[in-house]
Design a protein around this ligand. Structure first.
Ligand SMILES: Cc1cc2nc3c(=O)[nH]c(=O)nc-3n(C[C@H](O)[C@H](O)[C@H](O)COP(=O)(O)OP(=O)(O)OC[C@H]3O[C@@H](n4cnc5c(N)ncnc54)[C@H](O)[C@@H]3O)c2cc1C
Length: 800
């Protein structure tokens, strides 16, 4: 056995499909001196027993792109390495027995078209021809995706490891990492018992053990395991009758929580059952390797009954085994990858949510490129590990939430859908008052945030059509325009930047001019060296050496990491004060009068983007003259313990409430961009139409990249012609027969009584840049095209 080295450039922990893929891609990119350490044997964790289904059509652009790459790679890998991956292009068949299921499937077909993926919407008869063993009398439609297939998961991992070995990556099996070493806060090596391997970078790819391994370095990977089941039958005459070498497509019957494929002349039928079983790591023996969990027929029986209904031939089948294997899931059902925001040099990829085989190729490549470039090289926000702060890594929350995540794997992706478990983790200081006012909450980054104030009754049933809450939100929009509506924004991150160098430092970090007078608020973007938008923030100057930065609820972790990374020798203190402050928006034409009624002292007359101390009933805080709705109004910053007193005073003075759906509709009307939608690390201020907020005369990070930047795409506003169009996100937009872009945010517009959206458009750039309102766009929603017009100007400025 090769002795363990004393030093390696990169140590990858975990020899499952993920660790092998990261090793392969790092080596392929030319990285040398890589070591993979595997506790037992390669693939011995979860990888070896996966069902191996690889399906291209997914609900989001990022997942679709990553999986597309994986499948193309698995097709080619044998030619390069000589090791088969077992890829068979069987195609996949997804059937629908419910209108909204068919809509969900069609939405994925449309999304796939934005990337040139062809899939066909077919009828029940054709579905029955493609999968002759299924009953189709209740099938109302289906999607046939011919480019999908399946692989042998162990062989994929072995082919990746072979490709890595051929490029000098060294694999050590039976080598358990027992500790992680840090020097001055940065990762510096791993411990294997007494032996230390010094390393410049460490990658955690330990599957369901990743959370515990990350904790060895004080880092966070909030994931948790579930038991995951499929049956394997002995050969069935109906499958044998297909003939040698003929395979069935992968079958997805998501309404019955099932997937199936043929397997050694029999069938494999698996499930994502609604009442999933969580699995505490403590229940697994330390030497768990090529092991399975106990069969549990009582648990699987309802799924078996569903399977018998769909595939009657199963009645005659002899079940070879009920396979039960562990797999890890995350709080929001998206996998996580990236650089640890807390431990420089530590990278992570895990929580694959039962798509690890399909994702391994693309995600491994994405992480390898991130490691080498020092930043993500593609759009990865939804998977970026920096969406989780330490406060999300709570075992109690994971235990409560994760079984629901598996159970909802096949949920219909309605707008307004949210998880039911692990709720109430982070509550605004005025939560109780909002609840009493009828708030319907949705959770983001653990925070409960009011979507609207119609309560549960105005929320359900969920639909892809006109939502039940439309009138309720309309009333809240009206209040934000003509009344005075409280918008609780307390979940926003708040970061204090203080010290003698605070102004110079922020002028380097932020693209706007930050040397403003005390009492002013600056809207600014934080850019990376490539000129992409890492974040957009508002920053208040409280004193010459004191600023308060306000950022999005989900962006605090990444902002703090960025701010600390760029601090160098600057004399500044950066403090997360999120928990200390409530933020109450107060929007509408009556906002000033309501605030004046709530205050015993005169309310300061503020210019836009000014702020000043204010009294609100028994509370004291600051009022800023700005509103994310684009309407007249304030943001009120109040110490957390006084927030209820302020809220009571505002309500007594005549304020009403509005939720996120109302502010979202108004933000789109005003053309305000939102991070994670219109703004991302791969999008520049010029593309976002925000270059006027860049002070090119200051020396901010990203300025040089912007100086020569010629945007080839633009964020624009879209207004649909018909009120029937209900876009959600990511829908492809066609112009003169070509894909012109995709929707980035959408909402019902209460001025025009139809949907409006923001979108990233590549075509026709010249006409858009000339200031035209361009007609003739077609937005494809669930395989149907809807006409729309677009312009760069915000909708509120469009002339009728
Ligand atoms: C029943 C079932 C069916 C599935 N079907 C599919 C499917 O059809 N399609 C699909 O895409 N996905 C599927 N999955 C999911 C897929 O199998 C996983 O997402 C994937 O295998 C995860 O790979 P991994 O490398 O992250 O984890 P693993 O394969 O578990 O690898 C992690 C490795 O880390 C090692 N390790 C842990 N701790 C240490 C340590 N301290 N030191 C050194 N090494 C360590 C472990 O020994 C292990 O080998 C399925 C999962 C299950 C359970």
């Amino acid at each position: 056995m090769t002795p363990l080295p004393k030093h390696a450039r990169t140590v990858i922990i975990g020899g499952g499909v993920i660790g092998c893929s990261v090793a392969y891609h790092l080596a392929r990119e030319g990285r040398k001196d890589i070591v993979v350490l595997e506790r037992s044997k390669l693939t011995s964790g979860t990888t070896w027993h996966a069902a191996g289904l690889v399906r291209r059509l997914r609900p989001s652009a990022t997942l679709t792109k990553l999986i597309n790459y994986s499948i193309d790679l698995y097709k080619e890998l044998e030619i390069e390495t000589g090791q088969q991956t077992g890829f068979i292009q069987t195609g996949s068949l997804s059937i629908a027995t419910h209108d909204d299921r068919l809509t969900t499937l069609k939405r994925q077909v449309s999304l796939g078209r934005a990337f040139g993926l062809e899939a066909e919407v077919i009828d029940a008869k054709r579905a029955g021809e493609l999968w002759p063993l299924i009953r189709t009398d209740d099938v109302i439609g289906a999607v046939w995706s011919p480019a999908d297939g399946r692989v042998n998961p162990s062989d994929v991992a072995l082919a990746l490891s072979k490709g890595a070995r051929a490029r000098s990556v060294v694999f050590h099996e039976d080598t358990r990492v027992t500790g992680l070493r840090k020097t001055a806060g940065r990762i510096s090596g791993v411990a294997v018992g007494e032996h230390i391997i010094e390393a410049d970078e460490v990658v955690i790819a330990c599957g369901l053990w990743s959370r515990e391994v990350a904790e060895m370095a004080g880092a966070h990977m909030p994931l948790y395991a579930c038991e995951h089941f499929y049956i394997l039958t002995k050969p069935l005459p109906e499958v044998q009758a297909l003939g040698p070498g003929i395979h069935l497509p992968t079958l997805n019957d998501q309404d019955a929580f099932l997937y199936a494929r043929d397997d050694v002349e029999g069938l494999l039928v698996g499930s994502f059952e609604p009442n999933a079983k969580g699995l505490a790591l403590s229940k697994l023996p330390a030497d768990f390797s090529f092991d399975l969990l106990d069969e549990d027929w009582d648990h699987f029986m309802p799924m078996m009954e569903n399977a018998l209904r769909r595939i009657p031939a199963l009645e005659r089948a002899e079940v070879r085994m009920l396979l039960n294997g562990p797999e890890s899931f995350t709080l929001d059902s998206q996998f996580m990858l990236g650089a640890s925001p807390h431990v420089p040099g530590l990278f992570m990829l895990g929580g694959m949510n039962s798509s690890g085989i399909a994702l391994a190729g693309g995600a491994g490549k994405a992480l390898a490129e991130w490691i080498i470039a020092g930043h993500p090289t593609m759009e990865l926000n939804e998977a970026d590990i920096r969406r989780f702060g330490p406060e999300m890594n709570v075992l109690g929350a994971l235990e409560a939430r994760i079984p629901e995540v598996l159970g909802r794997h096949y949920d219909i992706s309605y707008p307004g859908l949210s998880m039911d478990t692990a709720r109430g983790q982070r509550r605004s200081p005025v939560h109780a008052a909002l609840q009493a006012a009828g708030a319907r909450f949705a959770a983001r980054a653990g925070w409960e945030r009011a979507e609207h104030f119609g309560g549960e009754a105005a929320h359900f049933p969920l639909t892809f059509g006109a939502p039940k809450w439309r009138d309720q939100v309309g009333a809240e929009v009206a209040a934000c325009r003509i009344g005075a509506a409280i918008l609780d924004q307390s979940a926003f991150g708040k970061i204090m930047v203080q010290g003698p160098d605070a102004c110079a430092y922020l002028n380097r970090i932020c693209a706007a001019e930050m040397d403003v007078a005390t009492g002013r608020i600056v809207y600014a973007q934080i850019l990376n060296a490539r000129g992409g938008i890492e974040s957009d923030v508002t920053v208040q100057r409280h004193a010459p050496d004191t600023y308060l930065m306000i950022t999005g609820a989900g962006e605090v972790v990444r902002n703090l990491a960025h701010l600390r990374d760029k601090k160098a020798a600057m004399r500044v203190e950066i403090t997360d004060v999120t928990s200390g402050w409530a933020i109450l928006g107060l929007a509408g034409a009556q906002a000033h009068q309501v605030l004046a009624r709530a205050s015993a002292v005169p309310v300061p007359l503020l210019k836009p983007f000014g702020f000043a101390p204010v009294e609100i009933g028994l509370a004291r805080g600051f009022a800023g003259r700005l509103s994310y709705t684009g309407q007249r109004g304030y943001e009120l910053y109040i110490p957390a313990e006084m927030a209820m007193a302020a809220h009571e005073a505002l309500v007594a003075a005549g304020a009403s409430h509005a939720g996120l759906l109302a502010s979202g509709s108004l933000r789109i009307e005003s053309g305000f961009r939102a991070w994670g939608h219109e703004l991302a690390p791969g999008i520049t201020p010029h593309e976002a139409g925000l270059q006027r907020f860049c002070a090119m005369e200051t020396d901010f990070i990203g300025r040089d990249a912007l100086a020569t930047h010629q945007p080839q795409r633009q964020i624009a506003t879209l207004l649909f012609d018909s009120p029937d169009a209900i876009p959600i996100h990511d829908e492809p937009i066609w112009f003169e027969g070509q894909v012109a872009g995709q929707i980035t945010s959408a909402a019902w517009n209460y001025t025009h009584h139809r949907s409006a959206a923001l979108a990233m458009l590549r075509l026709p750039l010249d006409r858009l840049m000339a200031g035209d309102i361009v007609e003739g766009f077609e937005v494809e929603i669930a395989c149907k095209r809807y006409l729309a017009r677009a312009a760069l100007a915000p909708l509120k400025d469009w002339k009728a």
